[in-house]
Design a protein around this ligand. Structure first.
Ligand code: 1BO
Length: 314
């Protein structure tokens, strides 16, 4: 909302280069204060930092109800993927909300067998058709494959053609990301990774900051593995908050985008209520110390020796 009002006023006086530059500086300042819940990406477009993860809900009423509950609770970012098979329901719920297209942010992903030069744009058109939308706000390569250099060039072209406004990667190690940028000369706007207190990835925030890329945590609640954790329980009790709110707030204070998944309206609402309290440095450290460098995910395919998805396993 703060950014929306700002954008209207800013549009009126950004008639020349100097005022436009001042306007962008002011926009960054508003975002950095945390008032807006948004971040400005390295292409100067803004993105909500809290969103609803859609890996799991089934196509149909389950996804539609989750998305409607999220919209009502104030979520504006929806993390979809062709492989989640619920794009039609996401699109229907967005349409039913009556919101304008620019008022929500839709993330899409290119699955492994959609990678290469022609596959990504065909897949994006298919997904946009399912969603009933004209463009993605952000499109990610879902997993690194040996085809990802070509995929990345195709995504850059898709951005140029208006199929997506921003591009990024998911599940790329720092080495794989560097190799991609070196091969193509194209930097991502967003880097999505599995991050939660059991997999802290302390190496990633400084790298993302140095490279000017927004980091986004998927499975931020460790898929329920922390429900009985005593450290989080103690902090939650002290602050009179839920386990999930404490974990999400920890991720938020690390500067991450967060996309918790839930299909329960009360849980969806609860997960969005993380802006009226904060964690002390001691609490942040105590949660960070829970790190076990452990993934809570079992990808349904295998990787080669350099961590790329094996073509034969896609
Ligand atoms: C296998 C899908 C992982 C989450 O996007």
């Amino acid at each position: 909302m703060v950014l929306k009002i700002f954008n209207i006023i800013n549009g009126l006086w950004c008639q020349n280069k100097i005022t436009a530059k001042l306007g962008l500086g002011l926009k960054r300042w508003i975002v950095e204060t945390g008032w807006s819940g948004e971040t400005v990406l390295n292409n100067n477009l803004s993105m909500p930092r809290l969103g609803l993860g859609l890996w799991g809900p089934r196509e149909g009423a389950e996804t539609e109800l989750a998305v409607s509950a999220a919209l009502e609770a104030g979520y504006r970012l929806f993390d979809s993927a062709s492989v989640y098979h619920n794009e039609k329901s996401l699109g229907l719920a967005l349409m039913a909300s009556g919101l304008k297209r620019e008022d929500y942010f839709v993330v899409g992903k290119i699955w492994n067998d959609e990678q290469g030069w022609l596959g990504p744009q065909e897949a994006m058109k298919r997904s946009l058709d399912n969603l009933g939308l004209g463009y993605f706000d952000l499109t990610l390569i879902h997993w690194p494959t040996r085809q990802s250099g070509l995929t990345w060039r195709a995504l850059a072209q898709a951005r140029f053609l208006g199929l997506t406004r921003s591009i990024g990667v998911a599940n790329f190690s720092p080495t794989q990301l560097l190799a991609l940028v070196e091969e193509t000369g194209l930097s991502p706007q967003v880097w999505q990774m599995e991050i939660h207190p059991l997999r802290v990835r302390a190496d990633l925030p400084p790298l993302a900051a140095a490279w000017g890329i927004q980091l986004m945590a998927y499975s931020p609640l460790a898929r329920g593995r922390l429900k009985k954790n005593q450290v989080i329980g103690r902090i939650a009790q002290k602050l009179d908050r839920s386990f999930s709110q404490v974990i999400l707030r920890w991720a938020w204070q690390r500067g991450l985008g967060v996309i918790p998944k839930s299909v329960k309206p009360d849980r969806i609402k609860e997960n969005a209520q993380i802006f009226d309290f904060s964690l002390s440095n001691e609490d942040m450290t105590a949660i960070t110390r829970l790190d076990q460098a452990r993934s809570v995910l079992k990808p349904p395919f295998v990787f080669d020796e350099a961590g790329y998805v094996l073509a034969s396993a896609q």
